[in-house]
Design a protein around this ligand. Structure first.
Ligand code: G3I
Length: 350
């Protein structure tokens, strides 16, 4: 039996491939009006100068995540000075438009600042604690949550990453310290451990969840699980649902924190037709949305996409970009992509 959702998603695939006679012209119902939990989007302060972006974002989302301007790369200079213009502007925009502010990230292996590399261990520990206190403390009362530690698990899922933070403070010591300091700085924010490829790579997902379990058993104030969900659309059906089932066992809030779903296949000759790519993308995104919707209400923290329009994506514009990737909900002109309709179908339980 062909269910309604398959017909809808297939006709969207036809539309995306230029064959539009079968594609229903669906209005772009505001996502936040359908979702019983916050819908978020990554934002840069420069977006606020674009009326088209502001209008589309305020129509569909109820939460913003600074895409990079609340990270160490922006805030901390090589001499240890802090700058706040852009993150403050994003926080103020959220306040002005009654949006939730979700913050990323306090400690990340890939951003360790030349300033920290210049410090002896005692000063390193003091400055580590100070950075977390200054940054998380500044947005206390406005930040709904933080990615306290980002991407702690090794790329292949075999153990944890080594980084400057682990070199000085210990393999898990830096993680424990970061959560403890963040809790002191903002006791009311939900404190997340965030990582990627948790659905795509079951080994990495399992390693991540074992880390969560160890931290919780040690009394570390981990308050939430962040799965970035940069989906590999070629993974088998059911893999995403399986991860959410395992992640839900801790009873913690879960944040789909950085959803995008590239159509590109970088590492091999891509024999898929445009329609096959869209079919894969809409099927995997619908599965992710349904898995999130199926969580208990208390565990549905937020559902965040890592950019609004395809041209806002980190996946566009780089050397690998062919100008054709469509990894987000809306096209460059703000029109709904098949991925938007896959999310909507998942939200509606179609
Ligand atoms: O806008 C400035 C520009 O004015 C300046 O000339 C240029 C060179 O310094 O930098 C530009 O800012 C860049 C910014 O993206 C906007 O394009 C930063 O250098 C660059 O580091 C930043 O990259 C971000 C990256 O994280 C590192 O922070 C990406 O936007 C962002 O999409 C990406 O997001 C990560 C998540 O945090 C973690 N998960 C993976 C995800 C994708 O890599």
């Amino acid at each position: 039996m062909i269910d309604r959702r398959s017909v809808l998603l297939s006709s969207l695939a036809l539309a995306a491939c230029g064959n539009t006679e079968a594609a229903p012209v669906a209005d772009a119902t505001p996502l936040k009006s359908i979702a019983p939990f916050p819908i978020g989007v990554a934002a840069m302060s420069g977006h606020f100068d674009e009326p088209a972006w502001v209008n589309l974002a305020l129509t569909h989302v109820s939460q913003l995540t600074p895409e990079w301007e609340m990270k160490m790369e922006y805030i901390l200079s090589e001499t240890g000075d802090y700058r706040w213009e852009a993150p403050d502007r994003i926080a103020d925009f959220c306040t002005a438009h009654e949006l939730r502010l979700y913050c990323t990230t306090l400690i990340w292996y890939s951003q360790d600042s030349a300033f920290f590399r210049s410090l002896d261990p005692p000063r390193f520990r003091r400055e580590y604690d100070r950075y977390i206190a200054e940054v998380a403390g500044r947005y206390r009362g406005r930040a709904t949550g933080w990615d306290v530690v980002n991407e702690a698990v090794a790329e292949d899922g075999d153990g944890l990453r080594s980084c400057l933070w682990s070199d000085v403070l210990g393999q898990e010591g830096y993680i424990v310290r970061a959560f403890e300091q963040a809790k002191l700085a903002d006791p009311d924010a939900v404190l997340f451990l965030n990582d990627y490829n948790l659905e795509n790579n079951p080994v990495k997902g399992a390693t991540f969840l074992r880390l969560v379990e160890r931290l919780l058993k040690a009394g570390v104030p981990v308050g939430g699980i962040g799965t970035q969900s940069h989906l590999d659309i070629e993974i088998p059906a059911g893999r995403t649902r399986a991860f959410f089932h395992e992640a839900a066992q801790f009873g913690l809030p879960i944040h789909v924190s950085e959803l995008d779903a590239s159509l590109r296949s970088d590492s091999r000759i891509d024999t898929r037709s445009p329609r096959q790519k869209i079919d894969q993308q809409t099927a995997r995104v619908a599965e992710l949305t349904e898995a999130f919707v199926a969580l208990p209400a208390a565990q549905r923290f937020a559902f965040t996409v890592w950019g609004l329009r395809d041209t806002d994506s980190w996946l566009r514009g780089g050397t690998r970009d062919d100008g054709k990737d469509s990894p987000l909900l809306f096209d460059a002109a703000g029109r709904p992509n098949p991925m938007y309709r896959a999310v909507m179908a998942g939200l509606r339980g179609d």
